[in-house]
Design a protein around this ligand. Structure first.
Ligand code: SF4
Length: 431
């Protein structure tokens, strides 16, 4: 029997999809990524791993379920992920899925499928999160040169716009031994780079008396791994002690995705974020002191309820002053069940779209400036994807996309940067 997977959302979801694929492969199934519009898959299994971070993601999920059931009427349709965990009643009312599974007990997926095949009865299991992290592990990561490695789940913060703590529960961390064994398996599979991910990554270890530094040191100590990259991190977790300790980890990529969300203190307060812009800048300065060519990337939200024109301007100017190498911008999206959704002073959609465009344009200029600063430099590039024109795309340790002629996927090579276009670099291999 075959099983297809369709993953929405973040790197943690992509990791969990990989873990679920391996579980079904152990049961003798062939697994593959599901491609929308592919021919009818018959009575194969189709797992949709959902995201619920915005109202828009729920709308898209609704459409996807209807389309998949229409185009694959005999398929065993499984809905799992954050949407059913955050909104169990809504998910269980969907008529399309045969199996509805939250994100707390993915390891039950094979049993659930077996049960449905046996008695044909619809299965729904959305238990609450356990006190410890679910023991999911991977030993490979399909179609990738870099492996995403989930080391933490849950969040205790409850930012006023965020539904994730309701979908993911409280902070739970992967024990270091489990982590070490997982990375050793990935190194044996030839993965040169590991990206550590979590729901609140830098909260790692709060439940085990450890810190993110322990996880990074453990992964860096594994032979065969050349690069260790961090997923999204929380600014106030990056204390001087943490930064100084991380600076001792030679394999750690000097690229830090430091979620800002807003460059205005009044807005940060309403978002229930745990830092001010002054504290954020101090963390940036410390990172640049300890990691000289560090690249800082970030997430910024515009149009948060109550955001005045002046507050938006302050946010724009602050973000510009940091000199990010990449900014992921998005307009505030009302999320039922969060405090911000109940706020009276919602910003009109047209105004949100205008602010988002201005922030994106500024972000693109910053990305170009950062990429231009690499012209004439020699950098290490991990090659990933051969393009149709024969060039190969790869990434620097600062996560800048680079295109070279010749080379193979997974090759770590030295490149002299010759030019830049739209924030991407082009260069020649020097070895
Ligand atoms: S830190 Fe805030 S934004 Fe991030 S997952 Fe937790 S509640 Fe959501």
């Amino acid at each position: 029997m075959n099983a297809y997977f369709y993953t929405l959302g973040c790197k943690v979801n992509q990791y969990e999809t990989q873990a679920m694929r391996q579980m079904l492969e152990k049961q003798g199934m062939e697994t593959a990524e599901f491609v929308l519009g592919q021919p009818d898959i018959g009575n194969a299994v189709l797992v949709i791993n959902s995201c619920t971070v915005t109202g828009e993601s729920d709308r898209k999920l609704r459409q996807l379920l209807r389309r998949c059931r229409r185009e694959h009427p005999q398929a065993i349709l499984v809905l799992t992920g954050c949407m059913p965990q955050a909104f169990p009643e809504v998910a269980q009312a969907f008529t399309e899925p045969d199996i509805v599974l939250g994100n707390a007990q993915r390891r039950d997926l094979p049993v659930m499928i077996e049960r449905f095949i046996t008695d044909g009865c619809r299965v729904a299991a959305i238990p609450p999160h356990e006190k410890t992290i679910e023991p999911l592990t991977i030993c490979k990561f399909r179609d990738r040169t870099r492996a995403f490695l989930k080391i933490e789940d849950g969040c205790n913060r409850f930012c006023s716009y965020c539904i994730i703590p309701y979908a993911r529960g409280r902070v739970r961390s992967k024990p270091l031994d489990t982590l070490r064994r997982e990375v050793e398996d990935l190194a044996q599979q030839g993965f040169a780079e590991v990206v550590l991910v979590g729901i609140n990554l830098t909260a790692y270890g709060q439940d085990l008396g450890l810190s993110i530094c322990d996880a990074v040191e453990t992964v860096c100590a594994v032979d065969g791994i050349c690069r260790v990259r961090l997923g999204s991190i929380e600014p106030d977790h990056m204390t001087d002690a943490v930064i100084d300790r991380l600076a001792m980890c030679e394999k750690l990529c000097p690229q830090f995705h430091l979620a800002l969300q807003s460059g205005c203190d009044a807005t940060l307060k309403r978002m229930n974020r745990r830092y001010t812009t002054a504290q954020y800048r101090t963390v940036c300065d410390r990172l640049r002191k300890q990691f000289p060519n560090a690249a800082l990337t970030t997430d910024i939200m515009v149009g948060f309820p109550g955001e005045t024109q002046e507050e938006f301007e302050a946010s724009l100017q602050f973000a510009q002053s940091i000199g990010f190498s990449r900014i992921h911008c998005f307009a505030y999206s009302k999320r039922a069940g969060t405090p911000a959704a109940a706020a009276k002073d919602q910003v009109p959609n047209a105004e949100k779209a205008r602010r988002n465009r201005l922030m994106i344009e500024m972000g693109e200029r910053c990305a170009e400036q950062y990429a231009q600063s690499l012209i004439g430099c020699e950098v290490d590039v991990l090659l990933e994807t051969v393009q149709a024109d024969g060039t190969v795309e790869g990434y620097t340790d600062t996560y800048i996309p680079v295109y070279v002629t010749g080379g193979r996927e997974g090759e770590l090579c030295r490149v002299r940067i010759t030019c830049e276009q739209n924030g991407c670099c082009f260069g020649d291999k020097t070895e």
